[in-house]
Design a binder for this molecule. Structure first.
Ligand SMILES: C[S@@+](CC[C@H](N)C(=O)[O-])C[C@H]1O[C@@H](n2cnc3c(N)ncnc32)[C@H](O)[C@@H]1O
Length: 159
């Protein structure tokens, strides 16, 4: 199975780099993992709603260019569906059973994901109604994907 993380902007903070590397390493026993960063668009402090829409659209074009036609796309979105770790594991397993071999998770930048990305997504996943920084979401997501594989294999971890 191929797991892709498609993200806007760079992972800068050392402590998040460490967490992401750790979970990538752990996940390597279960799947191939790739993290692709597309550059974020500069956002002026006083950007209008129209400018923000334009910025998100440009970021979306860069993100969608990296999505494969046959990928199962999961967009990380606050307004998405909140599920348990077990349900998340089942969802991955079910989709793998339907023939999907590449799972592409998309994390937005500071303005969030444009509608076009949400429309392409097969599934919109929420980690709660809280807004988390995109760098933190990468680490949480990788931990949850790792947890999902452990659950599916019946391996002790998901306490
Ligand atoms: C700083 S947030 C963007 C906030 C933006 N105002 C919005 O409403 O999406 C950056 C990205 O992190 C992800 N994210 C943040 N909080 C999340 C949550 N609770 N559940 C799922 N994804 C989240 C989303 O992909 C989001 O686009």
């Amino acid at each position: 199975m191929q797991i892709n993380l498609l993200t806007v902007g760079k992972l800068k903070e050392k402590y998040w780099v460490g967490a992401v590397e750790e979970y990538k390493k752990r996940l390597s026993s279960y799947a191939k993992v790739s993290v692709v960063e597309v550059p974020d668009e500069p956002t002026p402090d006083n950007a209008s709603a129209a400018q923000e829409e334009q910025i998100k659209r440009k970021e979306a074009e860069k993100l969608l260019a990296k999505v494969g036609e046959r990928d199962y796309v999961i967009a990380l979105a606050i307004e998405g569906k909140s599920i348990t770790s077990e349900e998340f594991a089942e969802q991955i397993d079910r989709m793998a059973g339907q023939g999907y071999s590449t799972f592409t998770f998309v994390i937005g930048g500071s303005l969030g994901l444009h509608e076009t990305v949400l429309q392409r997504a097969n599934y919109k996943l929420s980690f709660s109604k809280f807004t988390f920084p995109h760098q933190m979401v990468r680490a949480i997501l990788l931990e949850q994907v790792y947890r999902a594989f452990r659950i599916l294999r019946g391996e002790p971890y998901h306490k």
